[in-house]
Design a protein around this ligand. Structure first.
Ligand code: PMV
Length: 328
């Protein structure tokens, strides 16, 4: 006779992401390159004795009860601007028709609100954990699609970049109009440092501010997006060939163009220029901007750049995560 000593328990994890090239341009049908990073969100699900569903997001200090049947949330604790994460968990669980009576514990080892895709990572890991818990088999493409639907429902708008990378891992080239995602086969390590400020950027507002500029000065903005497209395509080649100087140069040009469309900030610029002064071959803001994070390309200078940025903001080295969502 087999005695089950532990109650059934499933943990899944999924990585965050960083955009290497092409953010904002991707909203106008241009290509982008993004990579999954080795910082993950972990979601554990086990059965509760009662029929309530409770979620605890440790790093955010947020917890609450979800009613999966009715689709409602009752906050137990958490600051107003942090409890939004429960909406992703609720929608993710409902996507696979999970039933109430779950204890969900979430740990996020990804800086939150820094454009590193923590909400997508939580969504993807929740879908995978809940699917396995309920004996449902989903392909990666199905997980990615469901997670993107959750992001659209919660945020109103979202490109599939975050959910694709959290699900599949690796480095992807998102083609024109996001019709196709091509995994880039890059063997060599990509020496990247991420710097982030505690000041958050609001993706929705920044995308809207760029849209207004596009409406007002299309003749100025269109060539900027065309340049971003050209540099993203050049960077794809440079990454594939391991051409460090070229990768760095394209990052610097991309940063200048992001500044031109109005999404840079003084804090981001300080990190970008200090990183270059300390030996990064290139650096740029990453994601929506207006706060959030930068990436610096630092062959042979990783620790120096981390130390330099850590003196006035926060920085860490990231490795590209080849692995997407997985069971722990
Ligand atoms: O900062 P993030 O990770 O939310 O990135 C936003 C990227 C944009 O291109 C500005 C918007 C998008 O949906 O692609």
């Amino acid at each position: 006779m087999i005695i089950m000593l532990n109650p059934r328990h499933v943990t899944a994890s999924a990585p965050g992401k960083t955009i290497l090239f092409g953010e904002h341009a991707v909203v106008y049908g241009k290509p982008a390159i993004a990579a999954a990073v080795d910082r993950r969100a972990y979601v554990s699900i086990r059965k509760r004795e009662d029929l309530r569903t409770h979620v605890n997001v440790e790093e955010l200090g947020v917890s609450g009860f979800l009613n999966l049947d009715k689709g409602s949330i009752e906050i137990e604790k958490g600051e107003n601007n942090r409890k939004g994460i429960l909406k992703y968990v609720l929608r993710a669980l409902r996507k696979i028709n999970a039933e109430d009576g779950l204890e969900v514990t979430i740990n996020i080892d990804i800086p939150i609100g820094a454009g590193l895709g923590s909400s997508a990572a939580v969504t993807v890991a929740t879908i995978q954990a809940a699917a396995v818990f309920n004996d449902i088999k989903l392909t990666r493409d199905e997980i990615s699609k469901l997670a993107h639907q959750v992001e659209l429902e919660v945020q109103g708008a979202a490109s599939p970049i975050d959910t694709t990378l959290s699900t599949h891992g690796g480095i992807i080239y998102l083609s024109r109009d996001a019709e196709e995602t091509i995994t880039l086969d890059i063997d060599s390590e990509i020496p990247i440092v991420i710097g982030y400020t505690s000041k958050r950027g609001n993706t929705g507002k920044l995308v809207e501010s760029v849209r207004l500029k596009m409406e007002t000065h299309p003749q100025v903005m269109i060539p900027l997006f065309n340049s971003m497209e050209a540099l993203t395509n050049g960077a794809r080649e440079a990454l594939t060939n391991g051409d460090h100087e070229m990768i760095g140069e394209f990052m610097n040009i991309n940063h200048g163009l992001l500044d031109a469309i109005g999404v840079n900030t003084q804090e981001l610029s300080k990190m970008v220029f200090e990183a270059r002064k300390t030996g990064a071959l290139g650096s740029k803001l990453t994601g929506a901007g207006g706060g959030g994070s930068i990436i610096a390309y630092c062959p042979g200078k990783i620790q120096e750049v981390v130390n330099c940025i850590n003196e006035f903001e926060n920085a860490f080295k990231v490795n590209i995560s080849r692995e997407g969502v997985r069971l722990e």
